[in-house]
Design a protein around this ligand. Structure first.
Ligand code: MOS
Length: 651
């Protein structure tokens, strides 16, 4: 059976009536659920309480659900549901001068909301050279090629789900709570996922709708979101307004860094993105401050999107650093090298490894940076203005608790089981390699099982923690097996891994350096990026082919962020005006020029036995800044609000 959604046309208010009679009368319709008759859900987060009350908190909120024999019938019936609202004008306006901005208690990931070291205002006032600039990034939406989809069925009191997600175990606590069942009564599989980037990390309303619809009809139901629905139902990247103030001595030594962030969250959730946390560890200024303030708006709940925090935050920081280099008359690569901290300046602990210097040097070499004319706006090729830019990247290295199991039977492949997730990253391949290596057998002798909530519990695919979390668990299980004799009847062993003392003793981060060439058409304002070079220091690279693809994907998503991506909130109606791929543009092959990707030889065994650091997100961080800096170098003018659409060249 197929499910289609009736979505609210208003962003704020109450439902005063719903007439489902015409929809119910359509042949092939099995059920129409509304807040009046849908099953009651347990104690889940407010943004997940779908069809539980008459309250509307964002445009596009599901207000009724149709279950029908075909998706065509379901969609037809959706159009026949009549909903009346008592609507209020929504407030979706993010501004830095709002008087209701507030500091969240903590940021996502447990980071402190603010940080202060030294007297930042005094250091800024005393700085011989300084910049004070505000950068803005827009609403951005995850657009994996595969739409979010769930098939659900109740086998008695067991809920069976086939779902596209970033780790079945991520969903278990919420779905069991929602339906009042135990973990044994829930079985979710998700073996292959067509892209995710964060939007499939957590439970969203469609998964709960699937469980409800299956329960009410007693049938197997399928909920597949449309591309348009993904703009309101699976989260988005919060827009940001970021004020950067940097102070330096004439020789380029930074004396003060201030990074103040304003971003939004929704009425039904507090999502506090850690936008400025990378600024806390990038450069060695003695006076540093970061702050985060939220506006609670009538928008859908934001969520994580590839490098949440670091991607928009490092865009602003690395753009401001470029402006400081300009003010100093200094090469931007040199400025970064000059301010390289010996220890983590925030936590005052040593780095497990920090090879940003090597990335910058190797990148400059490969890109041909030495040939650059430092003056902005002087190079042209016909009607194209040509410039080059650089930016640094970083992303934290972490590992999360994970368990693995290996079953050995003489003469058969080793069955390696872990609830890991492959969201298009190559985890199937990399984990098979890791297991084969740890067991000392060829890859053909490993039978890997992942993406199933009945497999040993592991962390989801997120935060670039897959390999660093799952790999060591598999290695631990393999170690256990190698220490023992396998009896003729076979043997099953388990292994686990999780964050250890290394997280306290060291500061562990991947680093990178991006270089980009940008061409801007002086007649049309069109922006092209014919050439990008990036060098990463991301620990041991398990598989060069899949790793390169991850870096390339991250860089392309950064290019997309720089040139195209922006969802516009309609101020009157509170919906995303552009909510499909015709109007919300993402980079395609035609946007991508020559891409040169390499990495420095780095193995970080202080962090985990694999020596790996995670590569899913470091590729996007800084790439938009490198492009923005190249744009400024090409044109001689700064655009401080992404994306770099053609119109902005003329304003
Ligand atoms: Mo990624 S935004 O950590 O799923």
């Amino acid at each position: 059976m197929f499910v289609a959604l009736v979505q609210s046309t208003v962003a704020k208010g109450r439902i005063t009536s719903i007439d489902v009679s015409a929809a119910q009368a359509v042949p092939g319709v099995l059920a129409v659920l509304t807040h009046e008759d849908a099953p009651r859900l347990g104690d889940v987060a407010e943004e997940l309480l779908v069809l539980q009350s008459d309250r509307v908190q964002y445009a596009g909120q599901p207000v009724a659900v149709v279950v029908a024999e075909t998706s065509e019938v379901a969609r037809d019936a959706v159009g026949r549901v009549v909903v009346r609202y008592d609507a209020q004008r929504p407030d979706v306006d993010l501004r830095a001068d709002r008087d209701d901005l507030y500091p969240p208690e903590k940021l996502m990931g447990g980071f402190e909301t603010d940080s202060v070291i030294g007297d930042v205002d005094a250091a800024l006032a005393a700085a011989p050279v300084s910049v004070d600039v505000t950068y803005e990034t827009p609403n951005e939406h995850n657009n994996p090629i595969e739409m979010h989809a769930t098939v659900a069925r109740w086998d008695g009191d067991v809920l069976r789900m086939w779902d596209a997600n970033q780790g079945p175990h991520n969903l278990v606590p919420v779905i069991t709570e929602a339906f009042g069942i135990t973990a044994d009564q829930l079985h979710i599989t998700s073996p292959y996922v067509g892209g995710a980037f964060g939007s499939k990390a957590f439970t969203h309303v469609h998964q709960l709708i699937a469980g409800m619809a299956a329960k009410v009809t007693g049938r197997t139901v399928k909920v597949e979101l449309t591309r348009q629905q993904m703009f309101s139902l699976v989260g988005h990247r919060t827009p940001t307004i970021q004020r950067l103030r940097l102070g330096a001595l004439p020789d380029g030594t930074m004396t003060a860094i201030s990074h103040e962030v304003v971003e939004h969250t929704s009425q039904n959730a507090e999502f506090a993105e850690q936008t400025a946390t990378a600024t806390r560890l990038m450069y060695a200024a003695p006076a540093r401050r970061t702050t985060h303030r939220l506006a609670k708006l009538d928008v859908p709940a934001p969520t994580i999107m590839r490098a949440p925090g670091e991607a928009p935050g490092m865009y602003a920081l690395e753009s401001a650093v470029d402006e400081l280099a300009e003010a100093l008359g200094m090469d931007p690569v040199e400025l970064r090298l000059r301010n390289e901290p010996e220890r983590d300046p925030e936590r005052d602990v040593p780095w497990s490894t920090r090879n940003l210097v090597a990335c910058l040097r190797q990148g400059a070499e490969r890109f041909g940076w030495a040939d650059r004319d430092p003056r902005p706006g002087v190079r042209a090729d016909g009607r194209w203005l040509v410039g080059t830019g650089v930016a640094a990247s970083t992303y934290p290295t972490r590992r999360r608790p994970s368990q693995a199991r290996i079953e050995a039977v003489p003469g058969k492949p080793f069955v390696v089981s872990i609830d890991a997730s492959d969201i298009g990253t190559g985890a199937w391949t990399a984990l098979t390699q890791i297991a084969a290596d740890a067991l000392g057998v060829p890859m053909d002798d490993v039978d890997l099982r992942i993406g199933d909530s009945r497999l040993p519990k592991a962390s989801g695919a997120g935060g670039s923690t897959g390999i660093t979390s799952w790999g060591p668990a598999i290695i631990a299980a393999a170690q256990e097996l190698r220490d023992r004799e396998v009896p003729p009847g076979g043997l099953t062993v388990t292994g686990s891994s999780g964050p250890g003392d290394e997280a306290e003793q060291y500061s562990s981060h991947a680093f990178g350096a991006h270089f980009a060439e940008v061409r801007v058409d002086r007649d049309s304002g069109e922006v092209r990026v014919p050439r990008m070079t990036a060098v990463f220091a991301a620990g041991r690279i398990i598989n060069p082919t899949t790793a390169r693809s991850q870096f390339l994907g991250g860089m392309t998503m950064g290019l997309s962020m720089a040139l195209h991506e922006e969802a516009v909130l309609d101020a009157t109606h509170g919906h995303y005006a552009n909510h499909d791929l015709a109007e919300y543009h993402v980079a395609t092959n035609a946007d991508v020029g020559e891409v040169d990707i390499s990495w420095v030889d780095e193995v970080d065994e202080l962090h985990n036995p694999l020596g790996a650091k995670g590569i899913g997100e470091v590729g996007i961080v800084g790439s938009a800044a490198a492009i923005g800096n190249a744009y400024a170098h090409a044109t001689g003018r700064r655009v401080r609000d992404l994306p770099l659409t053609p119109d902005k060249f003329f304003r």
